[in-house]
Write a protein that binds this ligand. Structure first.
Ligand SMILES: Cc1cc2nc3c(=O)[nH]c(=O)nc-3n(C[C@H](O)[C@H](O)[C@H](O)COP(=O)(O)O)c2cc1C
Length: 185
């Protein structure tokens, strides 16, 4: 894993970062922008587990919940801090989508569509992740999951709803995002 560098990569708000994996999260495809921003060569990404871009500031519980949803065949949205090969970071709003075989109903893989996360969303979520990470360091992912659940119970909303609200994923934005997803599906 590269050493994290506390420097942000500025993302083009108009471009999408798309990747596809097999059912185990092994990268099978990345669009040009994914390759460009990650700083890796395409050949370094294909065949690798998707945690190649994992940033150590991300709490484990976020991915645990993501996998719980997508492995059941549900979509999931998240705000994720990723790390490039040179250690710099970038924040993305990500929608994860399972691909289900129409005949067997089995999950054959997953696609992730990402856009630059708005600053307001990052400012809200970063302290929540920091706290979850601290809890994880003390009491493991069981402890951070309890905190996570308590937090969203208190807010009276799910993490998905919270994220969609934060990034304004509704109306035109949502329609455009769906259209982009269809292009890549
Ligand atoms: C389609 C897809 C896209 C993913 N994209 C990312 C990503 O951009 N960043 C990330 O850290 N993990 C991503 N993951 C999750 C990783 O597979 C992994 O679960 C996560 O990085 C946690 O790594 P760890 O289990 O080694 O802690 C993605 C998974 C899938 C299925």
């Amino acid at each position: 894993m590269p050493t994290p560098v506390d420097q942000e990569i500025k993302l083009d708000p108009k471009r999408y970062i798309v990747s596809k994996t097999d059912a185990k999260g092994i990268i099978e495809y990345g669009n040009d922008y994914f390759v460009e921003i990650s700083g890796y060569k395409e050949s370094e990404l294909i065949g690798k587990p998707h945690n190649i871009v994992r940033h150590p500031d991300m709490p484990k519980v976020a991915f645990k919940l993501m996998w719980e949803h997508i492995s059941k065949g549900d979509n999931f949205v998240a705000i994720v801090k990723n790390m490039a090969k040179d250690g710099r970071y970038y924040w993305v709003f990500t929608e994860f989508e399972p691909k289900v075989d129409a005949l067997t109903n089995e999950i054959t893989g997953y696609t992730a569509f990402r856009k630059a996360a708005p600053k307001k969303a990052v400012d809200t979520i970063a302290p929540i992740y920091k706290k979850l990470l601290e809890i994880e360091e003390e009491g493991g992912v069981e402890a951070s999951e309890k905190h996570f659940k308590g937090l969203f119970e208190e807010k009276g909303m799910t993490y998905d709803e919270f994220v969609n609200d934060l990034v304004g994923n509704k109306g035109l934005f949502k329609a455009f995002f769906s259209a982009m997803k269809k292009l890549f599906s």
